[in-house]
Write a protein that binds this ligand. Structure first.
Ligand code: CA
Length: 497
């Protein structure tokens, strides 16, 4: 199998009006050519703000851009037929579609209903008041535009654990919805930030309701019959009981395919928390390496003051590599977004080399880094800001290098504070490479490749460093890098092969 390489084919500001599905179809061939094996697609179903919705304010899981709901038939990314075409274009080129699954909450209910709630301390969700409050809340989803097609399930107050808005009395906050489930307590096996992080937003789903649980399993099976499914990216996992995803992912593997690739968004930098979660879900899924993203961000801000020997310290990929999906940025960390901690452009070639060319971790490339992006939005001070995310010029070459040269055992040379490198030794049939990078001055790394590589000529596959480097009779050479740069040295005689 090829070295698995994900591409997140969208960002927060991806163009609306249905461009994305068409673009997936158009680019599928090119993505396969450069070495992308899996494409993470944005949420494909109708959000509460219709065609303006990025997809995380989920309204109807069964509306893949097919029904006139929330002001439009299409989603932000296009019509259902275009979505189907995009998925088939990917699989036609051997690429697995990874679908974004948003199960924690629903928004944009069709009707309000009379509910009983208890007020919750929003800073400590375990503090739930003892008084019942009768009010109205938007908790009834009937999907009038869909007329019961695919599913006749009606969501109501029995299907949610909490809401953030009530009427009569008119209040906002966090409210525990008193219903038949949980005896007034939140779902457990969720993150313990704020005491209990079950409640995230909107009408937050009650997984202890067996009918809800069965409906979500049915939805997964239904979805896999509509479009090809290579795997899932699970949204907001820290707000969903671990036992639910353990069951749900197991059920999807049993009914769709045992090979499903599943990565959960558990946005937490603490390894003990992530390790605990992996145990709870029986290690059935992968997690994004949040800590490594933060290391990249810090390193990109600190310039030459960052000790590159520590770049992997505290990361998921260094402790549980088989369950780490490594990334540089995503739709939440890009400028003007909620978790903004964007990695500076100068450092991105180094960061991508560190996720794409190493033995450990499954890397995920971010769309704007491959193709660039320009957009504007309100900043923290309320003023309109223009953002330009430049395409990282060497990124297609780095992805290609992953498929061609990231082979065989790995030897690290993390000895200098600013200049580090590692060698992939190759296998009997596939070549390796020598990766050298510096966050400070230009320099070189002395590498002993052994007698198999004596008197061999190497060039920088990224063409950052001009000229050739030849090994001596013992296979030794000084492999160079420019300052603030990375070079990927490969044998010249492997290039024509
Ligand atoms: Ca929840």
């Amino acid at each position: 199998m090829n070295n698995r390489t994900l591409l997140q084919f969208f960002h927060w500001y991806s163009p609306a009006e249905g461009h994305v599905w068409g673009e997936v179809s158009k680019k599928a061939e090119d993505l396969a050519r450069i070495g992308i094996t899996d494409v993470w697609l944005p949420p494909a179903y109708k959000g509460a703000s219709g065609a303006a919705s990025v997809g995380y304010d989920i309204y109807d899981l069964f509306d893949l851009g097919e029904f006139d709901q929330k002001g439009s038939v299409a989603t932000k990314y296009g019509h259902r037929t275009a979505f189907e075409h995009a998925c088939r274009s990917l699989t036609d080129h051997g690429i697995r579609p990874i679908h974004d699954v948003v199960l924690n909450h629903k928004m944009g209910a069709d009707e309000k209903e009379s509910v009983v709630v208890r007020r919750v301390n929003s800073e400590d969700r375990t503090q739930i008041e003892e008084d019942d409050v009768t009010a109205l809340a938007y908790t009834r989803f009937t999907f009038p535009g869909r007329h019961g097609k695919y599913s006749e399930f009606i969501w109501d107050k029995q299907c949610f654990s909490g809401v953030d808005v009530i009427e009569q009395p008119d209040e906002t906050g966090v409210f525990r919805l008193m219903n038949e489930y949980g005896e007034g307590q939140w779902n457990d096996e969720v993150d313990d930030e704020l005491g209990n992080f079950d409640y995230l937003m909107g009408a937050d789903v009650e997984f202890r309701n067996k009918a809800v649980y069965e409906e979500l399993k049915y939805w997964g099976r239904w979805f896999s019959e509509q479009v090809p499914v290579g795997g899932f990216r699970l949204d907001a996992a820290k707000h969903i009981p671990a036992w639910f995803f353990k069951d749900w992912v197991g059920h999807m593997r049993d009914t769709i395919s045992t090979d499903l690739f599943v990565v959960a968004e558990y946005w937490h930098p603490d390894m003990a928390t992530l390790a605990n979660y992996l145990e709870l879900v029986d290690k059935q899924l992968m997690l994004f390496d949040v800590a490594l993203h933060h290391r990249f961000h810090d390193a990109s801000k600190a310039g030459g003051n960052f000790d590159m020997r520590t770049i992997f310290d505290g990361s998921l990929v260094s402790s549980i590599p088989d369950h780490a999906v490594t990334l540089v940025d995503n739709h939440d960390t890009q400028p003007l977004q909620s978790l903004e901690a964007t990695v500076e452009p100068w450092f991105k070639p180094l960061a991508y080399a560190l996720i794409l060319l190493r033995e450990q971790g499954t890397p995920c490339v971010f769309y704007p880094d491959l193709y660039g992006a320009e957009y504007s939005d309100k900043g923290e001070d309320g003023s309109q800001q223009k953002v330009e995310m430049p395409a990282i010029g060497c990124l297609p070459k780095l992805i290609e290098a992953r498929q061609r040269f990231a082979n065989g055992p790995q030897i690290d040379q993390f000895e200098d504070t600013n200049l580090i490198g590692f060698t992939r030794q190759g296998t009997e049939s596939e070549p390796g490479c020598v990766v050298v990078m510096s966050n400070g001055e230009a320099g070189h790394l002395s590498v002993d490749l052994g007698s198999n590589h004596s008197n061999a000529v190497f060039i920088d596959f990224l063409a950052h460093y001009e000229g050739e480097i030849a090994t001596d009779g013992h296979g030794r050479a000084d492999f160079a890098t420019n300052g603030g740069s990375v070079s990927v040295w490969v044998r010249r005689d492997c290039l024509s092969a």
